[in-house]
Design a protein around this ligand. Structure first.
Ligand SMILES: C[S@@+](CC[C@H](N)C(=O)[O-])C[C@H]1O[C@@H](n2cnc3c(N)ncnc32)[C@H](O)[C@@H]1O
Length: 266
């Protein structure tokens, strides 16, 4: 345990990893220490894993204060200016960046036919809550967003307040034990393969714990490095593996940069 405490302190001493959920650093650190007991190597392996599942998605360092000021200024100029400013910030995270070209179509096609949605849980959200104006949801729908970065969650919380969104953003490691309140819609966008990288049992455990009428589950159609060969087929097979034995009705949507499944549960 002394080693694990030391590992967590060492990882958090690097500014890039400092805002990451301490629960996640501990969970990954414990697994790495079990594989290689030398502290220095375990610290390095933990940092590599954290980079793979989180850090690698940032296309630039984000100045959250400047981003919020930009959005606030744009909002005063109207809805179109607001959307432009939100898109500019979404470009700073690879995952939302690659959805920008299909954003309106993506949400209209997947969520447009749903009955009124009162509550949304956006799991491992990245900057996706900034896409709220593109989602066909009632203004009063509640929106809870969770991810592992404290600075990003603080920014998203401020954005929600600024934009009058009835929501909150929280730091949660969803690969650990979680218990979310029941919601109408869960968003699990390009997240399940990332969770499976830290623990093979994390995805079924998370899916078992969720109480939702609908889930929108998606997968990237290309890797971060731009490779796409066989990815859609592999992810589709992985999705149906996770869906097995669940009482799910599934609708499939193939977009240029993303493969999505709208699930009606129960
Ligand atoms: C591929 S990105 C998807 C982001 C967003 N859902 C989207 O589609 O734009 C994966 C996200 O998972 C988050 N993440 C990774 N491990 C996590 C964990 N254990 N708990 C919560 N979030 C996690 C990362 O920080 C990152 O934002």
């Amino acid at each position: 345990m002394a080693d694990l405490d030391e590992l967590v302190t060492a990882v958090q001493a690097t500014s890039k990893y400092q805002p990451i959920s301490p629960d996640l650093v501990r969970r990954i650190g414990a697994a790495e220490l079990a594989k290689r007991p030398r502290l220095k190597e375990a610290v390095k392996a933990t940092k590599n894993k954290l980079h793979q599942i989180g850090g690698a998605y940032f296309t630039a360092t984000i100045d959250y204060e400047a981003a919020l000021a930009r959005i606030a200024a744009a909002q005063r100029q109207g809805a179109e200016a607001q959307k432009e400013a939100l898109a500019a910030v979404m470009r700073l995270h690879a995952s939302t960046n690659e959805r920008l070209g299909i954003l309106a179509e993506f949400y209209a096609a997947t969520l447009g036919g749903l009955p009124p949605i009162g509550s949304v849980l956006d799991i491992a959200c990245g900057l996706n809550p900034l896409a709220r104006p593109w989602m066909p949801l009632a203004a009063e729908s509640a929106y809870l967003a969770v991810d592992i970065y404290a600075d990003m969650m603080a920014f998203l919380g401020d954005f929600m307040t600024l934009s009058g969104i009835n929501g909150a953003a929280q730091v949660v490691d969803v690969g650990g034990a979680v218990s979310f309140a029941a919601v109408d819609l869960v968003l699990l966008l390009k997240t399940l393969p990332v969770l499976a990288q830290t623990d093979k049992t994390a995805v079924p455990r998370l899916l078992d714990s969720l109480q939702a009428r609908y889930l929108l589950i998606s997968f990237p159609a290309k890797s971060l490095g731009g490779r796409s060969k066989g990815m859609v087929e592999n992810y589709e097979a992985q999705f149906y593996g996770w869906a097995e034995g669940r009482n799910w009705q599934v609708q499939r949507f193939a977009f240029e940069t993303e493969l999505a499944f709208l699930v009606r549960s129960g």
